[in-house]
Design a protein around this ligand. Structure first.
Ligand SMILES: [Zn+2]
Length: 66
């Protein structure tokens, strides 16, 4: 019984560490639509990723000039 409890504790600690690491650096910011953490656009306080930006850019008032 004691061994099982210890294993559970160790696993929990590992998960907590992972969450702490996520809070630091780029992991803090994520896409407001899909939650992606890469390709994020922070300009104009958009805070959405490039993929979601492509889909809703026109609705936001962005137009293609090419
Ligand atoms: Zn997104």
């Amino acid at each position: 019984m004691a061994d099982v409890n210890q294993q559970g504790k160790q696993k929990k600690n590992k998960e907590e560490l992972k969450l702490e690491n996520r809070k630091k650096g780029r992991g803090k910011r994520f896409c407001q639509i899909c939650g992606a953490r890469d390709g994020l656009i922070r300009a104009y306080n958009l805070y959405i990723c490039r993929r979601c930006f492509r889909e809703c850019a026109y609705d936001l008032g962005f137009k293609k000039y090419s």
